[in-house]
Design a protein around this ligand. Structure first.
Ligand SMILES: Cc1ncc(COP(=O)(O)O)c(C=O)c1O
Length: 330
């Protein structure tokens, strides 16, 4: 078997992640969480990494011995290092800022190398300057396998995701359109992100120039992988509401989710509320992007939120009104 054939085997779809029933006070309406924290590397980025490697192998850009390079500070690096190790490829990630052991540890444990660069925006040029193949998760955002997997598990009326590279909403939107499935795709968008204004005003290169405080989603500009034509609705979510919803999600499921899962949950609950008000029944799926103990010191920590000027209190009150706090029998 050739190296490429073996690589494509390694890059075949993984085990499906579970759906979790989430309690809502709305008769006839089900809210399900698609738990991507159950991925082998703990986040939805596992799917992006698999798709990026797969595309690069198919395009002949990555082969036996190719050094693979990326610029990112987040979950993407851990997922990519995991696949690089399984493919036997050297992996180098350029991370923004001063060296941090905490951020380097997970990548280095998988045999990857971390290089830290300041100022943060210099990571892209630094990555391009390293001999090897630059995966470029934003520039080459590759649609992944979530659609196939999710719609084999359930046929929801709505699925709610965030948008970083744009790959997930494009994947889902394309799947429902190509398979003529009557499910709509909503993107939950945090403060400062360009996606909500860009989509609403129909300006494909809209830019806010401001970074998102919700890790993994929300961008200062509309990225090339975001496909407004494959999205049915973009819902703006205040960061304080994302924080309140992330904490609520943890209280109900025990998962120490990141802020982006809160953003999606808040938007999903808005959709549930709209359906309830119209007397509709149906199913809404909301993505859990990741869970990790490090989030306990940020989104789940009151001092962190206060220092960021985020008052989750009023949104937590609203959540208590909207949802039953414990799952049935819990
Ligand atoms: C809830 C959620 N939605 C979406 C994404 C990513 O979106 P995209 O595929 O646009 O990068 C993330 C982070 O990876 C996330 O946590």
């Amino acid at each position: 078997m050739s190296w490429n054939a073996r690589a494509l085997d390694v890059l075949a779809a993984g085990e499906p992640t579970p759906l979790i029933d989430f309690p809502v006070q709305a008769p006839g309406i089900r809210l399900l969480l698609k738990d991507e924290s159950a991925q082998p590397t703990g986040s939805l980025r596992h799917r992006h990494a698999r798709a990026l490697f797969r595309q690069a192998v198919l395009d002949g850009l990555v082969g036996e011995g190719t050094t693979v390079v990326e610029a990112t500070g987040g979950n993407a690096a851990v997922a990519q290092a995991w696949f690089a190790r399984r493919l036997g490829l050297p992996y180098i990630v350029v991370m923004p800022g001063e060296r941090s052991q905490a951020r380097a540890r997970a990548v280095e444990a998988l045999g990857g190398e971390c290089r830290f660069v300041t100022p943060p925006l210099a990571i892209y040029d630094a990555a391009r300057g390293i001999p090897g193949h630059f995966l470029d998760q934003f520039g080459r955002a590759a649609e992944h396998d979530l659609g196939e997997e999710l719609f084999a598990q359930v046929r929801p009326d709505w699925v709610v995701t965030g948008a970083g590279t744009g790959a997930t909403s494009a994947t889902l939107g394309r799947w429902v359109r190509e398979h003529d499935v009557p499910c709509r795709v909503a993107v939950a968008d945090p403060d400062n992100s360009a996606y909500f204004p860009g989509w609403t005003l129909d300006v494909p290169d809209y830019a806010t120039g401001m970074p998102s405080r919700i890790e993994g989603i929300g961008r200062p500009r509309v990225e090339p992988g975001f496909r407004p034509d494959l999205v049915d609705l973009v819902i703006p979510v205040p960061d304080a509401a994302s924080v309140a919803a992330a904490r609520h999600l943890r209280a109900v499921t025990g998962l120490a989710v990141g802020g982006s899962s809160g953003t999606a949950l808040w938007a999903a609950l808005e959709l549930v509320e709209r359906m309830r008000a119209r007397g509709e029944s149906g199913t809404v799926v909301s993505l859990v992007g990741d869970a990790a103990d490090r989030h306990l010191a940020t989104y789940h920590d009151e001092a962190w939120a206060a220092a960021k000027g985020l008052d989750a209190g009023p949104y937590a009150d609203e959540l208590r009104r909207r949802v039953a706090l414990r799952p049935e029998g819990g």
